[in-house]
Design a protein around this ligand. Structure first.
Ligand SMILES: Cc1cc2nc3c(=O)[nH]c(=O)nc-3n(C[C@H](O)[C@H](O)[C@H](O)COP(=O)(O)OP(=O)(O)OC[C@H]3O[C@@H](n4cnc5c(N)ncnc54)[C@H](O)[C@@H]3O)c2cc1C
Length: 441
């Protein structure tokens, strides 16, 4: 095992990982293929280039994205500090001047005496670790091929298809019922029955809704199993009633009647504080999703933890492949970080860069390392990546549905979020203290 750290990719995750290790006295070799090899999305040669929105997400006290940022701030995160330094007015979000932001990150990395930034494409995964693979949603094709060989092709994906997730407490339980189709197994699904009028109004709105256009490099290659809901609706008004919304085998226990159509919700987490809408992957714009999915009986006042999406994205089946150190179970010393692990978003990717780096640093220094607790934002993400069902695994952004906390049951949302937030930030400080001296840069 080397006494230096190799990191592939200087995006949001790789930049953070390099910084954290370097600040702890570890020599880092950081590979970035731009500008030598370009991709269709990045425009500059800067590290941590923001490819689309210039927002690093919500910064409103006690929101889930805020908690994640605060936890990262407690580790002197390079990405968050650069974001704070180059911020532009954006209400309750942390938005940045994208050029100043990525210039700041690039300068910090380039000037660090422990970091060697090499501008070249990595086409082979180094045999000798520790190495962090942080090549993001647009990992170069040559490296994707090597990753696929390393982990087996069936565990590497090139598109994500996200269905919306709702807060369990925001569902109107008078209008829905628990049941499994044909009573097979436990009554695990929450069913939202629609009459014909409700169904056809829903279909009409779905077909007319505003959609997000695909970028030129995102040619849709749909598999039948993850077709956007609006594409199915376009095939014919009855397609959904005979497909994902089919009511057969689901009589309403109160009346014994079978509805015209049924939207099924599946448990998203173990404590059932969140449910996902089965088969509702979509390219509808966010406001349209909120408007139209609130037409579903029982979801009129739903709080959405996550909205649906479909986009090009290289990611691995982390629950099958990674341990809680973000290390490949089959090849110790090889770590993954960033969007490729199955988190979604700039800050979530940076967070996985921090954690992969701390794991690798602990390994180099021969120190013990335990993952952050599940009632912190960092721990919630690690849990999602490593303890989710591997079948149907899809990328996720930070949201309260991921936190393993009793406080989720508090009805008052403001009070609930505040309690979760204060607890998480306290716990992350304790965790940092418990990591022994290497955690303090
Ligand atoms: C079109 C598009 C739009 C997006 N919009 C948003 C958005 O608005 N908000 C948001 O939060 N997230 C967005 N995302 C997701 C976003 O990409 C991630 O949140 C974030 O950039 C992921 O960070 P990362 O470090 O994992 O990957 P990246 O930031 O992409 O960094 C990976 C780096 O690895 C380099 N690389 C790739 N292959 C190799 C190789 N073989 N050798 C050396 N270097 C290599 C790349 O050049 C890149 O610099 C978008 C993604 C895409 C594709």
């Amino acid at each position: 095992m080397n006494d230096f750290l190799t990191i592939i990719g200087a995006g949001l995750a790789g930049a953070e990982a390099a910084w954290q290790a370097a600040e702890r006295g570890i020599k880092v070799v950081l590979y970035e293929m731009r500008p030598v090899v370009r991709n269709p999305v990045h425009k500059t040669e800067n590290c941590a280039e923001l490819v689309c929105s210039n927002s690093l997400g919500g910064n409103q006290p006690h929101s889930a994205p805020f908690i994640l940022k605060e936890e990262l701030r407690s580790f002197n995160s390079l990405i968050i500090a650069s974001g704070d330094k180059t911020s532009v007015p954006a209400g309750s979000a942390l938005a940045v001047d994208r050029d100043l932001f990525s210039q700041e990150v690039t300068e910090k990395l380039s000037n660090h005496s422990n970091i060697t930034l090499k501008r070249e494409e990595v086409t082979e995964i180094p045999q000798e670790g520790p190495v962090i693979i942080a090549t993001g949603p647009l990992t170069s094709p040559k490296l994707s091929e090597q990753i696929s060989k390393l982990i087996s092709q069936e565990y590497l994906y090139f598109y994500d298809a996200l269905s919306p997730i709702v807060n369990a407490d925001s569902i109107d339980y008078d209008k829905v019922f628990f049941a499994s189709r044909y009573d097979k197994g436990d009554a695990d699904y929450l069913n939202c029955p629609m009459n014909a009028e409700q169904y056809y109004s829903f279909i009409r709105e779905l077909k007319a809704a505003e959609k997000v256009e695909f970028a030129s490099f995102e040619k849709p290659v749909y598999f039948e199993g993850c077709m956007p809901i609006e594409v199915l609706a376009d095939r014919g008004d009855q397609t959904l009633a005979f497909g994902p919304l089919k009511p057969v085998g689901l009589p309403d226990p109160k009346t014994g009647e079978i509805a015209y159509a049924v939207v099924q919700l599946r448990h998203e987490n173990r404590d059932s504080s969140a449910y996902n809408l089965v088969g509702f992957q979509t390219k509808l714009t966010y406001p349209e999703q909120k408007r139209i999915f609130s037409m579903i009986p029982g979801l009129e006042n739903a709080e959405f933890f996550r909205l649906g999406a479909i986009h090009r994205n290289t990611f691995i089946n982390s629950p099958s492949l990674l341990n809680k150190r973000l290390e490949l179970k089959s090849r110790p010393g090889t770590y993954f970080a960033g969007q490729i692990t199955g988190v979604e978003g700039y800050v979530e990717s940076c967070a996985m860069g921090l954690l992969a780096s701390l794991s690798a640093v602990a390994q180099i220094m021969g120190r013990p390392y335990n993952p952050p607790p599940a009632d912190t934002a960092l721990g919630a993400l690690i849990n999602y990546l490593t303890a989710s069902r591997s079948k149907g695994f899809q990328p996720m952004n930070i949201n309260f549905g991921l936190f393993w906390v009793e406080d989720m049951k508090i009805r008052d949302k403001k009070m609930r979020n505040q309690k979760i937030s204060i607890n998480a930030i306290n716990k992350i400080h304790q965790w940092k203290d418990g990591l022994s001296s290497f955690a303090h840069s």
